[in-house]
Structure formats: C-alpha cells, structure tokens
Design a protein around this ligand. Structure first.
Ligand code: TYM
Length: 320
C-alpha cells in the first residue's frame, strides 16, 4: 500500500504534529511504502523571509529524520525539489470548481486569523491534491484538520477520471481517533499560528516553563482534582497506556497532588518520549551533508515517479 503525507516547514514541530501525523507515519514505514515530504511550497503562503524559509525547511528535515524517518525504507524529499507537482497543480485547477475551494474550512480559518487572503492560500488544497495524486497515493495519514483537503482531492480526481479516463488513484485519509486533534496549552487545537503549541525539541527548562503555562482550574491543594476535561491530563494521556491512565486518574482523585505536580509529570513524559530522537537530532545537526544527501536521494526517486506520471497526464489531456 502506498502511503503519503506532508508537513509544512513553518517553524518548530509541536506535539500536535508529532502525535497527529509523525508518530503514526513512523509506524507505517515498517509495513508500507511510505512517501513523505516537507511542504515548502505550502509554507510560502505564510512566509515573509527567504532565509527563514530555507532554515525552517532544513530544520523540518532534521526533525523528521530525528523522529525516525528511515531513508532506506522511506522516500523523503523537499516538495520544491520535485517541481513537477506544480504542473499537475495547474492541470488539476481545471477540475476544481470554485465552490469546492470556497467551502474549505482551513482557508476560512486562516483568513479569520489574519493571514492575508492570497490566491495561493485559496488554491492551497489544489496543490495538496497534486502532492497526493502525483504519486498514486492510497492512504494519507493526517490530523483531523486535513480531512477535508483529502476529500477535496478525491473530488478533483473523480472529476478528472470521469472526463479523461481513470488516471488517478482515489486516496483515503487515515486519522487515528485518539490523536485527531491534539489540544494546545489553552485547550484549543494545538497550532503554531495560534501561539498555543508545545514544541517537541525544546530544552528541558523552557519545556517545563511551557508546560507550566497550560491553563488549569484553581482548585486548592488537598482537594481532589477533575481529570476529565483537564488539558494537562489530556496531553499526558497521549503518552500513556490504559493502565497508566487509570493510575494518573487515581492521582488526580487522591487530592494529594496539585496541578503543578502533573505539569512536572507531563514534562517528564515528553522529555523521555523524545530522548532517542534528541540524540539522533544532535547527530544530524552535526552531519548536515548527510541530510542534504538524503534529501537529494529522495528527490531523485520521487522525481522519477513524478516525471513518468506527468507524461501520462500530459498525454491524456492533449498537452504537447
Ligand atoms: P501541517 O504542516 O499544518 O501539519 C502537519 C500534520 O500535523 C497534523 N496536525 C495535528 N494533528 C492533531 N492535532 C493537532 N493539533 C495538529 N496540528 C497539526 C496535521 O493534520 C498534518 O497531518 N497541508 C498540510 C501539509 C500537506 C500535506 C500534503 C499533508 C501538504 N501536502 C499532502 C498530506 C498530504 C499541512 O498544512 O499540515
């Protein structure tokens, strides 16, 4: 089965990206043919500075490798290094009704949050459709916020296939319920642009500080605490199995500990979960040549597939 997903290069990775997309993806690479890339063309919609975009792209590459992308098993590249996707993006635009794009939640949310409404932001789902369809993707592991985009991709592919022949595979999204929407420190969806994210590769002290900022109620020490609806609990639960969750619930109910203790506990959980990834990250940061080589190898493999697919697309629609 071919599985593909992407992540934007827009700063530091956070726990939402980690649990919503990266961890499930790392698990998938063991059994499936995984394709994954850094969506730097997409990041352009919110970028103002060339140097920063370059840096964010490389940071994302290092972080991805640190988390456990294995370049021997997985095809891993930077979106702009396989520019064939832009040709497909234009072609797919022809199969994208305006009404479809006008219904996109993500566009409306972003504009409501103050991101300037540009054509790129508006047509962003068409580029995402091109990413997915170019590689005959069957499954797309994503967080809940991206489901609509995968559904739009299907709509676009169906329209193309109906008019010009069955050229595109219809992809399906893959969303794990428990991690569909990871909350941020204020309980809203964790997102870099909402300022409520906990980054995964922070140093220990700032990480504790960040955890301390999680909004909690002000029950005095000595009284039992509610774990249900507690943002600290909800984040900690991501790291725990059923038994450990029960134990944590009992600690909440005992009244012996306050929120401060649970914030410390959450920091420990994050810190331990990422111990190995931190070591790998250090390694790659000191071996950037290797990172560039891995990306070049991925771009070559993805590029060959893309070129072949585009020949078929051009042929099908009559482009010389
Ligand atoms: P991006 O970069 O915003 O997010 C990357 C992945 O992380 C997931 N995610 C979350 N999951 C759960 N809870 C959260 N709080 C949370 N925040 C982020 C996202 O759902 C996503 O899976 N348009 C995409 C990038 C993209 C792409 C693609 C993805 C471009 N082309 C093709 C799949 C296939 C995006 O902006 O993701």
């Amino acid at each position: 089965m071919r599985v593909l997903t992407g992540i934007q290069a827009s700063g530091k990775l956070h726990i939402g990206n980690y649990f919503g997309a990266m961890k499930p993806m790392i698990e998938l690479q063991e059994e499936h043919e995984l394709f994954t890339f850094i969506a730097n063309y997409h990041s352009l919609t919110s970028s103002k500075d060339a140097e920063m975009l370059r840096q964010y792209t490389l940071d994302a590459a290092v972080d991805y490798l640190a988390i456990g992308i294995d370049p021997k098993k997985t095809t891993f590249w930077v979106q702009s290094q396989v520019p064939q996707v832009l040709e497909l993006y234009w072609i797919l635009s022809k199969f994208t009704p305006m009404g479809l794009l006008e219904r996109a939640h993500s566009y409306k949310d972003k504009v409501a949050k103050g991101i300037p409404a540009s054509h790129a932001l508006f047509s962003y789902p068409v580029l995402m459709a091109a990413d997915i369809l170019l590689f005959d993707t069957q499954k797309v592991p994503v967080g809940k916020d991206q489901i609509q985009h995968v559904e739009m991709t299907r709509d676009i592919a169906i329209k193309f296939n109906n008019e010009y022949g069955e050229l595109f595979v219809l992809p399906e999204h893959m969303v794990q319920d428990e991690v569909a929407t990871i909350p941020g420190i204020d309980g809203q969806k964790m997102s870099k642009s909402y300022g409520n994210a906990i980054e995964i590769f922070m140093d220990e002290k700032p990480l504790q500080k960040r955890c301390n900022k999680i909004v909690s109620s002000s029950t005095p020490l000595g009284e039992p605490l509610e774990w249900e609806g507690c943002h600290i609990y909800n984040l900690a639960a991501l790291f725990l199995d059923e038994e450990a969750k029960k134990e944590l619930q009992a600690r909440y109910k005992s009244g012996k500990e306050g929120y401060g203790h649970f914030k410390k506990y959450l920091k420990e959980l994050i810190w331990e979960e990422l111990a190995e990834a931190r070591e790998r990250r250090e390694y790659y940061l000191n071996h950037m040549d290797e990172v560039h080589d891995i990306l070049a190898m991925g771009a070559k493999k993805a590029g060959d597939i893309a070129t072949e697919k585009m020949e078929k697309v051009r042929e099908a629609i009559g482009l010389l």
